[in-house]
Design a protein around this ligand. Structure first.
Ligand SMILES: Cc1cc2nc3c(=O)[nH]c(=O)nc-3n(C[C@H](O)[C@H](O)[C@H](O)COP(=O)(O)OP(=O)(O)OC[C@H]3O[C@@H](n4cnc5c(N)ncnc54)[C@H](O)[C@@H]3O)c2cc1C
Length: 556
């Protein structure tokens, strides 16, 4: 299927490669690019021309990547010298003991030490680095805070890791238009911190929000507690300055809510670093709600808590957030917080946040409490004051860390199921956990049907890695069989690429590859991620062809 050449709306002239561009002045707020990243400030750039189409109708494992001539070996010592000419001395990490800090992300099951890491501070420096990569045929991997849970920010094959941890400036705050523009390394929770005093906030709030970066959020299209009502990252990004894999700087989106062009902004969000590097992001700000209340209901079974989720949505209430935790999580959190914050003997707790105008919240509270009781809630606790609400949420937000203290290793999955299938799926996960002899804790965005089963294990147990992965794969097959998906918000990365053909036909995968090639004809940006390859998935594809068909797995 031929893809038309697409010309970006705008493009700046790339910066010089011979030396670093001037760093922004020190200070919390630096005006560097306008909030809306308008096209008038930039000159036209090259087109996003696609490379020739690959065949589309063969196996999904064989078809998506067109055959490429093998790249000559990379002289990493020479690349390091070139990077040192672009960046200040502190911007190049080449010492072995320092590179080890970049050998994995939040998925610690597999590790690959990168050959070289660079820490640019400006868009021009990122552009110079990508021009270098393009000219020398060097693959690169963008990296934010490294909290991703799908192995997206790692150099599985030798690649230059470009980390944005020194790109942490708030570039512009535009309250009249409810926008803020930040560099990609800015931490998620800093955005709200920058505007909270004026009564605004940034809605997407991953549980990792005190450490994860906005660039990583964009690349993963991250969700969070409040995404049930307010939408995920994609609903809150108005425009982006992006450096394409050939080093061209361009703008995607216009900073306005609606624009007539092809939505390349939407294409980039969730592309997991495979289309280029975002270097400035304009985000939508929301007014803080007039009234907020949080309910904590506890249940004697996960099924009953799932029933309450069904009841609350059936009553026509749209909570700001609706999160569930099972007994393993409750025990770990109480232990971590050193208090009986959640009822210790509960099999499940449900946290429901309601916000809006005072009267609206009062009515919703009454209805939600009633639905929880109808589903079998033993107690329903209400928190209205900010401190009390924060205490109730603290346990949920620290659940994964709390589990990490009790169990040395975990493997966290991210399947999605329709809300109506929650009780059956929770029961089936429990059965799988017993069959594999591995504890599975559940803490998740119940309102979205976005499950986060954490498989807990000891990495020094022989053969445990394979068992953990096999159990995770079965859980994801369950999700698909229930009409769901293999990923809700953590992305595919290298972790789930071999499951992509469970959800997508060969033509779908090939079409996605065509889009990727339109941005990155050389295949340099985050190679090996998202799409199945013969090397990474050939064996698993063969194995899966011997497994029962999905229909036979269905338990519904
Ligand atoms: C305890 C814990 C809780 C979590 N809770 C949630 C949650 O509730 N919701 C949720 O959605 N996720 C959650 N996550 C996952 C993770 O925090 C998110 O995926 C987050 O968006 C990753 O951001 P990061 O800065 O760490 O990105 P990284 O891990 O560094 O990178 C993630 C991906 O983004 C790409 N990337 C990074 N920066 C850029 C850029 N500037 N331009 C282009 N590509 C880029 C990388 O190549 C990689 O593919 C959680 C993780 C942990 C450890």
């Amino acid at each position: 299927m031929p893809v038309p050449a697409v010309t970006p709306a705008s493009s700046t002239q790339p910066g010089t490669e011979s030396g670093p561009a001037a760093s922004p002045a020190d200070g919390a707020v630096v005006l560097q690019v306008p909030a809306a990243l308008p096209s008038s400030s930039v000159a036209p750039g090259p087109s996003l021309a696609p490379s020739p189409s690959p065949a589309t109708a063969t196996s999904p494992i064989d078809s998506p990547s067109p055959p490429r001539a093998p790249r000559p070996p990379i002289d990493w010592a020479a690349i390091e010298r070139r990077c040192r000419a672009i960046l200040p001395a502190r911007g190049v990490v080449a010492a072995r003991q320092e590179l080890l800090a970049y050998d994995c992300d939040g998925l610690t099951l597999h590790r690959w030490e990168p050959p070289l890491v660079v820490l640019p501070e400006t868009t021009d420096q990122v552009a110079a680095l990508l021009r270098l990569c393009h000219r020398e045929g060097v693959p690169f991997v963008a990296r934010g805070s490294g909290t991703g849970l799908s192995g997206g920010a790692v150099a599985e094959t030798p690649a230059l890791v470009i980390a944005t941890t020194r790109m942490r400036q708030v570039l512009e705050i535009d309250l009249p238009n409810r926008r803020i523009t930040v560099q990609p390394g800015v931490i998620n929770s800093w955005v709200t911190r920058a505007v909270a005093g004026d009564g605004f906030y940034y809605a997407p709030d991953p549980s990792s929000q005190v450490v994860c970066s906005i660039g990583g959020n964009v690349a993963e299209n991250s969700g969070g507690v409040h995404c049930l009502k307010y939408g995920v990252t994609s609903n809150h990004v108005l425009a982006m300055e992006v450096v394409l894999p050939d080093g061209t700087i361009t703008t995607l989106g216009s900073g306005l809510a609606e624009t007539p062009e092809l939505d390349l902004r939407g294409v980039f969000i969730g592309s997991e670093g495979t289309l280029g590097i975002a270097t400035a992001i304009t985000l939508r700000l929301l007014r803080a709600p007039a009234s907020v209340a949080v309910l904590l209901a506890d249940f004697t079974s996960m099924e009953a808590a799932a029933e309450a989720v069904r009841g609350i949505t059936a009553a026509g209430i749209l909570p700001a957030g609706m999160e569930m935790m099972d007994r393993l999580c409750i025990e770990a959190v109480n232990d971590y917080l050193g208090a009986q914050e959640y009822p210790a003997d509960a099999a499940a707790v449900l946290l429901v946040e309601l916000d809006g105008q005072q009267e609206e919240v009062a009515v919703a509270l009454e209805l939600a409490t009633e639905r929880c009781r109808q589903a079998g809630a033993r107690t329903v606790r209400l928190a209205r004051e900010a401190d009390d609400r924060a205490r109730l949420w603290q346990g949920r937000k620290s659940a994964i860390s709390a589990l990490g203290r009790r169990f040395p290793s975990y493997y966290l999955q991210d399947g999605v199921v329709p809300r109506t299938a929650l009780p059956e799926v929770m029961r089936a996960i429990g059965e799988l956990s017993e069959r594999y002899g591995l504890p599975v804790a559940n803490v998740f965005h119940a309102g979205d049907g976005n499950l986060h089963p954490l498989i807990l294990y000891r990495s020094d147990e022989p053969g445990v890695g394979e068992r953990v992965q096999a159990l995770a794969a079965e859980i994801l097959r369950l999700c698909i069989a229930a009409g769901g998906s293999i990923s809700g918000e953590h992305g595919v990365g290298n972790d789930k690429r071999c499951y992509m053909d469970w959800m997508f036909a060969p033509d779908d995968l090939a079409t996605m590859q065509l889009v990727r090639q339109a941005f990155d004809p050389e295949g340099l940006a985050n190679p090996g991620k998202v799409f199945p390859t013969p090397k990474s998935c050939g064996e698993s594809a063969r194995r899966r062809s011997e497994e029962p068909a999905l229909a036979a797995v269905a338990v519904f």
